[in-house]
Design a protein around this ligand. Sequence first.
Ligand code: AMP
Length: 418
Amino acid sequence: MIKNIKGTKDILPNETDLWQYVELKIHHFFKKYGYKEIRTPSFEDSALFHRSIGEETDIVSKEMYSWIDQGGKSLTLKPEVTASVVRAFNQHNLGHENKINKLYYIDSLFRRERPQKGRYRQFQQFGIETMGSDRPEQDAEIIAMAHNLYKFLKIDGIVIKLNSIGSSDSRIKYKKALGDYLKKYENDLSDLSKKRLQTNPLRILDTKINSEIDIIKQAPKITDYLDSEDKQHYDKVREYLNELEIKFIEDPLLVRGLDYYSRTVFEIHSDSLGSQNALCGGGRYDCLIEELGGKSTPAIGFAAGIERLILALDKEKHDYMQNPYIYFVALGEKAIKCSLKIIDDLRMKNDLAVVTDSLNRNLKAQMKEANKLNVSYSIILGENELKDNKLIIKNMSTGNQEEIAIDELSFFFKNNIK
Ligand code: AMP
């Protein structure tokens, strides 16, 4: 038997009600802020990710699913969405149409990571990208949106980590200071970090190796290298978050795994998840649009994993099951024939979800199925009822049942729907 590829996951019918519920909540939530959905293709020109995410990042250096297609072009399954949205923004000149573009997405991403709980090779993200504003109130809105979405989904125990990594000038000075500091410990660094010391020492701050974490604790902090405009921007972001009563922890070592960020960066972690506890990450990318060939436009966004959100969600707090409303039991050839149009009308005219049997099972087996499906009503049409042009309607929560004329069925449900 052929099985799914390691790191991918089937979302089975017993899980999809919850997935759809979460996705609908996300669509609804982003609309509260005036954001519009954008959908981009699942694969892009590989160069897009090489240029935006950065060669030294884990994603580009070892995790991308890339291949040469029959036309000789290098293509890559999307490992993150921002680069694609920026490509579409530039290509379709969206900045020309609107001074500010507020966009959101729900999408599938592909990264060849080591699979474990909460970490997959194909996973879903939702996120937003706002193009056009360099103002700190925009940063505060974005962070508040991420925070409020988890609140909206009743997810407690989240921690926001915040930092500013400054403009590119500040970062050049900081990279030099960090590089000088780390050189003193070069012999204690892993081979990968030694390489990164030459190419981009900032990446070493993401290390998961304990001995390197100890070295980094004493390293110079980016916040000491911010220029006055960076500082002012960061001060305002914090001031606005305080005004919104959103708690955050400042983490001067937070740099995020991608190269294109500038100024504000943040992550949201959950205390209910194990080692893969990052729910969401984002930040400013004021130079990326221009770097990818567009007109210089400041921008900020975040991306968040749906699998991890679902792991963190307390299912007891949500009414997400979408059960059919009616189970229709038709017993015998004549009743089955007569039920066809009745059921059709219930679905098409009354707009109700109606399930019926297609195995010709007996009454007991069908009622068992109706219970299993958790329907609100079951309707029984047997030979006797048919003779009188009647049906039996059973309210499955009270157990009450009554007989009504077939003609009155539509009227019955018009009056009984909550
Ligand atoms: P990133 O794009 O790496 O900043 O990730 C943003 C969010 O996407 C993370 O905080 C996770 O919630 C989620 N995420 C990232 N990588 C994976 C993965 N391999 N499997 C599942 N979720 C992921």
